[in-house]
Design a protein around this ligand. Structure first.
Ligand SMILES: [Zn+2]
Length: 350
């Protein structure tokens, strides 16, 4: 092998990337999680990062996700998590742009107001943007465990405290009945959409989910893009609808192996979405909890799905197309990615 050449897994890891689907607390490093828990006297099931994240299923994970919000309390905590998360994603996977889901309702349970959560996150991400050149936007996420009224109040908070970095509304977690039921929050979506916020939602992810959940998110909620969406491949009519509307999908390969027990291979639903022509972008979802990172999602995830280099580059570009930033930022990202692609293509071993 020529010493100047790189292997295909290395190529995948080095591709420039966006990330559209990551939850703010999950960008925390496990060591920082343990450190902040100690700082605030939060007792974790284990202080050993190696066993801290052993989950049996999605519900088990969602309990851990909830207590992760308990360790981030002071402005300095938020800023550190924000800044450090960018630094590691640049190192692990050549991150160039990211959108974060932030759940103010979890923090509200601990007495923090919406600005007390959003403003230090923005401060940390702006500092990281200056140091690492990684742009960002924030999508505020409705916690489906809470009521439809609480979701409407949350949108009211976004509108009462406008921040140019906060550009969208999403929904995650599951309802108290452990369903997705996206239309439960239709009123909050109408309000947000009416005020120019972009819309997304977690749908079609869980074993109980159906293609109808995906259809509802598109037709009833008016989503601009979707998170997960895997069940779409079970109904060709919903695939056709998504293609017609140009809906992008922020999928997270490694999380499907944990939450649904799926094997990453060329028969996986994500590969079938790609083969159907849906614009799929790849993200980590909950990197700390699933012991993954953006580089690994490409290096191991796309590799196991049998994705070739041309498709991998298209997946990386799909993340720019589906992003909620302005066209000028997208233009700069595309130029930056094109330069990286040229350099990497020249190094890829035949
Ligand atoms: Zn998610």
């Amino acid at each position: 092998m020529d010493a100047r050449m790189i292997s295909y897994p290395d190529y995948l890891q080095l591709l420039p990337k966006t990330e559209l689907h990551c939850h703010f607390v999950s960008t925390m490093d496990a060591a920082l999680f343990v450190e902040l828990a100690e700082k605030h006297g939060v007792e974790l099931p284990s202080s050993d990062p190696a066993t801290l994240f052993d989950f049996d299923d999605l519900v088990d994970f969602l309990v851990a996700f909830r207590y992760a919000h308990d360790v981030i309390r002071d402005p300095d905590d938020f800023e550190r998590v924000a800044y450090d998360g960018v630094r590691s994603a640049v190192a692990d996977g050549n991150l160039r742009y990211r959108e974060y889901y932030v759940n103010p309702q979890y923090f509200a349970e601990r007495g923090l107001s919406y600005p007390q959560v959003i403003d230090p996150i923005i401060a940390g991400l702006e500092r990281a943007e200056r140091d690492f050149g990684v742009g960002f936007r924030i999508v505020v996420a409705i916690n489906r465990r809470d009521s439809a009224e609480s979701a409407i109040e949350l949108v009211g908070q976004i509108l009462a405290h406008p921040r140019p970095q906060v550009v969208g509304l999403g929904q995650d977690d599951l309802t108290p009945e452990s369903t997705e039921d996206p239309t439960r929050f239709a009123e909050a979506y109408r309000l947000a959409g009416g005020h120019g916020l972009k819309l997304t939602a977690h749908v079609g992810e869980t074993d109980a989910a159906t293609p109808a959940n995906v259809r509802d998110a598109i037709e009833v909620l008016g989503c601009d893009r979707l998170d997960h969406g895997y069940r779409i491949v079970d109904d060709p009519a919903v695939v056709a609808l998504a293609l017609e509307r140009g809906i992008g999908f922020a999928v997270t390969p490694v999380s499907t192996t944990i939450c649904s027990g799926w094997t990453l291979d060329p028969a996986h639903r994500i590969r079938r979405m790609i083969d159907a022509g849906l614009p799929v972008a790849v993200s980590t979802d909950d990197a700390m909890f699933f012991r993954t990172d953006l580089g690994r999602e490409y290096r191991e995830g796309l590799f196991a799905l049998g994705i070739d280099a041309e498709t991998a580059k298209q997946i990386s570009l799909n993340g720019i197309d589906a992003a909620f930033c302005d066209e000028e930022q997208k233009r700069m990202l595309r130029a930056d990615f094109a330069a990286h692609f040229l350099a990497l293509d020249a190094l890829l071993e035949p």
